[in-house]
Design a protein around this ligand. Structure first.
Ligand code: PEP
Ligand code: MG
Length: 558
């Protein structure tokens, strides 16, 4: 399988799941490819200018085709990104300057474009606002589109042909890219950027797509068509594997198949410790397409449905009508046949700028989106949007057991305000039944006031992904602070324990829905401290249920 004369490289990243794929590379976003650098005769200038114009036209045509493709797929965010790229392509600041460089310095179009991209890059590097600074990569991507056309390479994504598994390589993939590529049948994804609990990797885990992010320096080494082993179990990749690597991996894969079949036996078993203490295991979902797998693994309910992904997919934004939402929520409730479903209210903010802009009508201006208008803060800022979603949820609650979860809570008042809006919606709809309303515990402040929060909440759900990030002041998506972003810090155990105590005193249920729920190293602690349930990505349900079946309950002494 290994391509002849291609060197073998090995590396690692943050993995999505425990899948292993052996496939072939296709690079999506280009890294820094060498470009031809030539000086030209004065008489050659018109020819270079004409090459530049023609490359620009081709890049625009390529964008049109990509947009059409995405419209067919009913995806929203990538469309907006492509629209932004179109505006950059048409921006005279970029092309005029390149034309000028060709004329003044008498250099070829590729070299002039590269120089201008580097100059723009330097300006971006000086910008203090990190949100704006990130736009550098958009300009670079737009430039690479033109460069590729100049050099006669198409950026177009060749989708898997025949049975060969394709593994896509890029700088970075958004959660929506991941879903789109998964639907198109991509076998795996490797990205150079991204950290521990970036949303993109959570999505890949949810849909069971083998993926590695934060895989430094792979783009420069790989070429289209190279063979690669993507081992999302041991968090590593092997580019152009040797015969020995391949033999070893084929053996691994056969062994994992045996383990997988063994795990399947736990699909129809209840989640019990060895001595019979129940710790129900629920599923975290982002898309209704994951329902089949939810049944397959025998999840005892949906402990976290991240509703924002329905908005990302929706094509009729910003209204994303109540009726549309109701249909989706009701479908999920029916499909779960009486098992509880916890829908988290839209959790969005400046961390998803395109959607934020559509919903709020303005661009996010905060320097630190994770600490900005996010979660319940945005919902209370846009009460009409909240009312639409609540109306859809309240109607769906007529079809089966449904809980509503509020994200990013930091105060009692936020819960009270959401509850008031729910009461008003219930009155309008004539709904009288009680629908449990829970608070996400994912900010240290929420832990510290957990006793007060319990008086206005029907349940708690601990979002460890954000709780770790906010407690340790370490961005969950930044690989540079990966070692700091760690659940092993004693503060994390303390905060979880404090939340459980507050819930137990108030006699309300508490669960964990962050990625820590799926960490076997924590199952014993959760069992001992009296956690009421765990909710996790579908890929982990059977592993944790099996692991739990070996543990013995030892109640915490305090
Ligand atoms: C969390 O923060 O742990 C959580 C479950 O929510 P999200 O990952 O969607 O922020
Ligand atoms: Mg969170």
């Amino acid at each position: 399988m290994a391509a002849a004369n291609r060197p073998t490289f090995r590396g690692s990243g943050v993995a999505s799941s425990d899948g292993i794929v052996i496939g072939y590379i296709q690079k999506l976003a280009a890294g820094r490819h060498p470009i031809p650098e030539r000086t030209i005769e004065h008489a050659g200038i018109p020819f270079e200018l004409q090459r530049l114009d023609s490359a620009l036209q081709k890049a625009l045509k390529e964008l049109d085709e990509e947009q059409e493709h995405l419209i067919g797929l009913k995806t929203q965010e990538p469309l907006l990104i492509l629209e932004a790229h179109r505006m950059m392509l048409l921006d005279p600041e970029l092309i005029q300057k390149v034309r000028q460089l060709i004329e003044d310095k008498q250099i070829n179009a590729e070299w002039a474009l590269r120089q201008q991209l580097d100059a723009i890059g330097l300006v971006f590097d000086e910008i203090e606002n990190p949100y704006l600074r990130e736009k550098k990569s958009d300009v670079e991507q737009v430039g690479i589109r033109i460069l590729r056309q100049l050099m006669g390479q198409s950026l177009k994504l060749e989708l898997p042909s025949g049975s060969e598994p394709q593994i896509l390589l890029g700088q970075e993939f958004s959660p929506q890219d991941i879903v789109t590529l998964w639907r198109l049948g991509i076998a795996g994804i490797i990205a150079e950027q991204g950290g521990m609990n970036a949303h993109s990797i959570i999505v890949a885990r949810g849909i069971g797509l083998p993926a590695l992010i934060g895989s430094d320096n792979i783009l420069d080494k790989a070429e289209d068509g190279d063979a690669i082993i993507l081992d999302a179990r041991l968090d590593k990749w092997i580019l152009n594997p040797t015969g020995q690597d391949l033999e070893q991996y084929l053996n691994f894969m056969a062994a994992f198949e045996v383990i997988r079949i063994e795990l399947e036996q736990f699909a129809d078993k209840p989640s019990l410790s060895r001595d019979g203490k129940a710790l129900p295991i629920m599923a975290n979902l982002e898309f209704k397409e994951e329902l089949t797998q939810t049944h397959h693994v025998g999840a005892e309910g949906i402990g976290l449905f991240r509703t924002e992904f329905g908005f990302l997919q929706s094509h009729d934004m910003p209204s994303h009508s109540t009726e549309h939402q109701y249909r989706d929520y009701s479908h999920i409730i029916h499909s779960m046949r009486g098992a509880p479903v916890t829908f988290r209210l839209l959790d969005i903010g400046g961390d998803k700028p395109a959607l934020f802009q559509q919903l709020s009508g303005y661009r996010y201006g905060g320097a630190n989106p994770a600490m900005g208008l996010r979660g319940v803060r945005l919902l209370l800022h846009l009460p009409e949007l909240l009312k639409h979603q609540l109306t859809a949820l309240l109607k769906a609650a007529e079809d089966g057991p449904l809980n509503i979860l509020v994200p990013m809570v930091t105060s009692v008042e936020e819960m009270e305000q959401v509850r008031d809006i729910i009461e008003a919606c219930k009155q309008t709809l004539g709904v009288t039944r009680h629908i449990p309303l829970g608070a996400m515990i994912e900010v240290p402040a929420a832990v510290m006031i957990a006793r007060e929060l319990a008086t206005v909440s029907d349940f708690f759900s601990i979002g460890t992904n954000d709780l770790i990030q906010y407690t340790l002041a370490a961005d969950r998506g930044d690989e540079d602070v990966g070692p700091i972003y760690s659940p092993d810090h004693p503060a994390i155990y303390q905060f979880i324990k404090m939340s459980v105590k507050a819930a137990s005193k108030a006699e309300i249920p508490i669960s964990v829905c962050g990625e820590l729920a799926a960490d076997p190293g924590w199952t014993q602690s959760f069992l001992n401290m009296g956690m009421d349930s765990l909710s996790m990505g579908l890929n982990s349900v059977l592993t944790i249920r099996k692991h739990l079946s070996h543990l013995k309950y030892q109640a915490d002494s305090d």
